[in-house]
Design a protein around this ligand. Structure first.
Ligand SMILES: [Mg+2]
Length: 222
């Protein structure tokens, strides 16, 4: 298995980003690198920085400038051959329509919580695929139940051609709401094949963490 690292850049100075890229390239020459700025660059400083980072031949550079800086995204595509991925610029199919029309990216990051549901996330990926763009799967800081929904969506969406990433609730929640832990073995997600999403939420923990209840047609829901 080829090792891939996704590096978050742009939260400190440019020299720090270059130092880390140089170290990775020196110590792990075979490792593939993906870079994600999380909107961290000012559109004025972005071209020079993106050009430097592109010199390390990452698989892609994700969202270097703020979500609304569409013109800057479009122009950044012209300065290097490294694919540019839109994440915060594209939430659902409506954004994707505009992104395709304006040519702001070579690929798109697809997440259920951005798109507003399983089907809408798939729609974003299919729009990208139909236009010859790549799609990359991801998720947010959420519970294991949402991670499972994301994993199932990504596995069922062949248009997601650029791989995926997963945060893990087990790493940042004191306690997840799944009855059994989200299945990860040797760094790989193993899709459960049970009914529905493939895992059972813990009713006891749902009760424990419920923040509100509402009464609906005689049924109490949380
Ligand atoms: Mg991102």
């Amino acid at each position: 298995m080829a090792w891939v690292v996704k590096l978050k850049t742009g939260f400190r100075d440019h020299a720090f980003d270059l130092m880390r890229l140089e170290r990775i390239r020196a110590d792990y020459p075979e490792m593939r690198i993906r870079v994600d700025y999380n909107q961290g660059l000012d559109p004025l400083e972005a071209p020079a920085r993106v050009r430097d980072v592109a010199g390390f031949a990452p698989d892609f550079i994700e969202q270097p400038v703020p979500a609304q800086a569409w013109e800057a995204m479009r122009r950044l595509r012209e300065i290097s051959d490294v694919p540019l991925i839109a994440d915060e610029s594209v939430f659902g199919p409506e954004d994707m329509t505009r992104a395709l029309r304006e040519g702001i990216a070579d690929g798109v990051s697809v997440k259920i919580m951005k798109a507003g549901g399983l089907m809408r996330a798939q729609e974003v990926a299919r729009m990208a695929g139909a236009a010859g763009l790549g799609a990359y799967g991801g998720d947010m800081f959420e519970t294991g139940l949402a991670h499972l929904a994301g994993a199932q969506m990504i596995a069922a969406t062949p248009e997601i051609t650029l791989g995926c990433e997963f945060y893990q609730a087990a790493y940042f929640l004191a306690e997840d709401i799944l009855e059994t832990p989200f299945p990860v073995h040797d760094g790989a997600v193993v899709l459960p094949d049970g009914p529905g999403l493939g895992a059972v939420p813990s009713v006891e923990r749902l009760e424990k963490y419920a923040m509100a209840r509402r009464h609906h047609e005689g049924v109490t829901t949380t």
